[in-house]
Design a protein around this ligand. Structure first.
Ligand SMILES: Nc1nc2c(ncn2[C@@H]2O[C@H](COP(=O)(O)OP(=O)(O)OP(=O)(O)O)[C@@H](O)[C@H]2O)c(=O)[nH]1
Length: 368
């Protein structure tokens, strides 16, 4: 597992950039759905056309949506459960309503009532919540049940008088074809989203170790520096570079060197908190960005990583005893990412010159 953007992720995975859009979608859709339920219930009661199921279910659904919006706002960690429960409730409502409509409303009025609009949303939610393939299965399942309900109710519809039967069947046909078209459209959007996530992953991670790549490391450093300055928090960077790594390549080959780099990245990652970041800066050079840690704790982390690397052995060449040199710098007033990084680099240089396999901190401001 490698850390990326404060999340522990399976190697090489990047969080979905659509997550923030999904959160926004839920926060907008849930209250909107609650209002729609309240509107439908009031209008249907006033018009005297409300079916018994809607009379009880619409207030329950509306309350569920409003409570869910509140829960997602206050407790985002419950998001997945809220999503599943809501989806099941929505599908149950839509299928039961479809049955009511096909049996009673359509033969009487020649068309569905406004509930039909919400079917499209169900397909959209499926593709937003699940991976495209899973969503296809879920939507295909829902569509099959819809077709079965139609088949069960077709006979009475065909027995209506000619004009009413034509009007009803046309309306039902439009509805079913529109659902199909909507499903295919959302599937295409979901595929685009998957491709985007893959591209994003390639653009931001180092393909060998799965850590953030240098470009993304620079972005994270700039972001954390901004945050630290704004809130007056501490921020430190640890620059580490494997010692005599060229010898590993020269003696055991590039493939073993690659395995060593991956093992080191994993070892470093295991020593970090979820709020820390790891980026591969160059060949055998890594940068740890550690926000909100006091100086002594940062040095303890660097020392712990150094010890773990020195105990690291890889089965492909167990005689290699790796070590790394460390340069540590702490945020000062007026720092930019470049000045902070430059001090860590100078400290690393001194660690190398001082005999390697050691942690060296930046020089005090008066000396630097
Ligand atoms: N296997 C492998 N080797 C790499 C990769 N990137 C850079 N290297 C190698 O890392 C080595 C770095 O060598 P040097 O810069 O001389 O550093 P060093 O041998 O570790 O010596 P010191 O840093 O001074 O202790 C070179 O041999 C590069 O070819 C990579 O992705 N995989």
């Amino acid at each position: 597992m490698i850390r990326f953007n404060n999340q522990r992720l399976p190697e090489g995975r990047v969080p979905d950039a659509f997550e923030s859009i999904r959160r926004l979608f839920r926060l907008v859709m849930l209250p909107t759905g609650a209002l729609a339920c309240a509107l439908a219930w009031s209008v249907e009661v006033l018009s005297g056309r409300i079916v018994p199921f809607d009379f009880y279910f619409l207030p329950i659904m509306g309350t569920l949506l409003a409570v869910s919006a509140f829960m997602l706002w206050r407790r985002p960690q419950l998001q997945l459960w809220v999503e599943y429960i809501l989806f099941i409730a929505l599908i149950a409502y839509l299928l039961i309503t479809l049955e009511y409509q096909l049996r009673g409303y359509v033969p009487k009025y020649g068309h569905f009532n406004a509930f039909a609009y919400w079917y499209f949303l169900a397909f959209l939610i499926a593709f937003i919540t699940w991976k495209p393939r899973q969503a296809v299965y879920i939507c295909a399942g829902i569509y099959t049940v819809m077709l079965a309900l139609l088949a069960l109710n077709l006979q009475p519809l065909l027995q209506l008088d000619h004009a009413k039967a034509i009007e009803s069947l046309n309306n039902i046909g439009q509805f079913y074809f529109a659902c199909l078209a909507y499903m295919i459209g959302t599937y295409m959007l979901a595929q685009l989203r998957s491709q985007f996530v893959t591209m994003q992953q390639r653009a931001l991670t180092d393909p060998l170790t799965g850590a953030a790549n240098r470009r993304h490391g620079e972005e994270i450093l700039a972001l954390e520096l901004d945050r630290a300055n704004r809130y007056g928090h501490a921020l430190s960077v640890i620059m580490l570079d494997l010692d005599h790594f060229k010898r590993v390549n020269d003696t055991h080959g590039h493939a073993v060197g690659d395995i060593m780099l991956c093992s080191v990245a994993r070892t470093v990652d295991e020593q970090l908190r979820t709020s820390d970041h790891l980026a591969r800066w160059g060949g055998e050079e890594f940068l740890v960005i550690a926000p909100e840690l006091d100086d002594a704790s940062v040095l303890a982390v660097a020392e712990r990583i150094r010890t773990h690397i020195s105990h690291l052995r890889i089965p492909e060449a167990s005689e290699i005893c790796p070590s790394a040199s460390f340069g540590v710098a702490f945020l000062r007033t007026g720092d930019t990412p470049d000045t902070l990084f430059a001090r860590a680099d100078q400290a690393l240089y001194r660690a190398k010159n001082g005999g390697r396999n050691q942690v060296v901190t930046e020089q005090p401001a008066s000396v630097a």
